[in-house]
Design a binder for this molecule. Structure first.
Ligand code: AMP
Ligand code: MG
Length: 407
């Protein structure tokens, strides 16, 4: 089997190219609004009425005719309208004002709202506290200005986070059509691994990767299936691959490095799998493998080192998984920040180092977390992102702008 080791950009482009041609999942579910949180919308949502449905005041104040106040007139109060009511009196005439609350509909005849704080009130008379320009439309959101009845306000393929749930609720949707979740088989490999709850000898370690991957799969709106640990032998690996046959994506952890007992690629190869890459010039995560099984299901062979596993998930697995979920927005999310301290890095690799991003309103600073390498789970948990150090540069100065992989 030919090795194919790509740069980070090439590897990501390869994954995205496959992800973008995936058809949306065929199966759909009809779920209650909150049960749909985190899922992917399968049918667009159109607003059944104009948004807002009436000319809405955005301030507590007075509904007026802008031209009256512009001329410096004092105005006579003829009533009040609050949110949840509609003004039932006669249309506002010249020289009149109506007290109005935030969220109330603008009475007919008025064309602006002047803020309470800008007005002095003397019995039934109001006037501007100081001269100021009042224009038609001030502090009003016009009916239909956000969306007209029938307009699409959420497209199919959107992940339903709080903002999307709010839009659906504002359209009165108590239930939504979402795509069925892809099923992801997770196969941890290694003779040294022990399941939680079992006795550990000093040379053994708990299988933490299956749990990290299951959590990441859930976080991306899919359904994890943790298979039992595969030992580093061909029979076990073949057996797990067969057990994973009916899933939508297969994730191996471990067994993809160059060691004598790294047999995952061999088993995939004999099963007729296609390999798109067998490594990426990244650290952690260099031995990552991406390919497709003979029946069309994609797989990743993730390096067993726990931080490598997680970084590779964020970089490569998440985009493919989001596409399998029917989501249209699939690229990993990167931001920018200033390095807190000078840093040296291996110029042959793109590095993704556990780091802490501290941001204020006007700046974002990133500080690397001290770690013992790609097995240091506690350091990874102290981090809140990964600092991206590009290849071809060895030294990075304090204050330099770097990319940040958000997680
Ligand atoms: P491998 O990729 O199989 O060579 O494993 C690389 C390192 O990751 C070794 O130190 C393993 O013990 C560790 N490792 C492999 N699989 C897991 C796992 N499921 N959970 C925690 N650590 C693992
Ligand atoms: Mg191993």
């Amino acid at each position: 089997m030919a090795e194919r080791v790509l740069s980070f950009e090439q590897a990501l482009a390869e994954v995205l190219q496959h992800a973008r041609i995936l058809a949306a999942p065929r199966e759909q579910q009809h779920l209650d609004l909150l049960a749909a949180h985190g899922r992917v919308l399968a049918a667009p949502i159109a607003t059944p009425r104009d948004q807002p449905p009436f000319d809405r005041s955005t301030r507590d104040g007075y509904a007026i005719r802008a031209e009256d106040f512009s001329a410096g007139q004092s105005l006579r109060l003829i009533g009040a309208v609050r949110a949840g009511e509609s003004w039932l009196g006669p249309p506002l005439a010249a020289g009149q004002a109506i007290e109005i609350m935030t969220g109330a509909p603008l009475p007919t005849g008025a064309d602006a709202v002047v803020m309470l704080e800008h007005v002095t009130v003397d019995g039934e008379t109001i006037r501007l506290a100081q001269p100021r320009n009042i224009a038609a439309g001030d502090h009003i959101v016009a009916r239909g200005s956000e969306a007209h009845a029938g307009n699409t306000v959420l497209s199919a393929g959107r992940r339903l986070d709080a903002a999307e749930i709010a839009v659906a609720a504002s359209c009165g949707c108590a239930q939504l059509h979402v795509f069925a979740q892809p099923k992801v088989s997770i196969i941890a490999t290694g003779d040294e691994l022990v399941e939680l709850g079992e006795h550990t000898e000093p040379w053994q370690i708990y299988n933490s990767n299956s749990y990290a991957l299951a959590a990441l799969v859930k976080q991306n709106g899919a359904e994890p299936h943790r298979l039992s640990i595969a030992r580093d032998n061909l029979n076990d690996l073949r057996d797990r691959l067969t057990a994973a046959r009916n899933s939508d994506l297969v994730l191996f952890s471990g067994g993809v490095s160059a060691g004598k007992f790294d047999l995952v690629e061999q088993v995939l190869n004999e099963a007729g799998a296609e390999f798109f890459f067998t490594g990426a010039k990244i650290q952690p995560g260099k031995p990552i493998v991406f390919g497709r099984l003979s029946h069309g299901v994609y797989f990743f062979g993730l390096p067993g080192n726990p931080i490598s596993t997680q970084v590779c998930f964020h970089l490569f697995v998440a985009p493919l998984l989001r596409a399998l979920s029917g989501e249209t927005e699939i690229t990993p999310r990167f931001a920018e920040a200033h390095l807190a301290e000078p840093t040296r890095a291996n110029p042959d690799l793109t590095r993704f180092l556990p780091a802490e991003l501290t941001s204020s309103v006007d700046s974002a600073t990133i500080r690397l977390i001290g770690w013992q390498g790609s097995g240091d789970l506690a350091a990874n948990a102290r981090a809140n992102c990964y600092c991206v150090l590009p290849p071809h540069t060895a030294d990075f100065a304090a204050g330099e702008t770097v990319r940040v992989l958000l997680r």
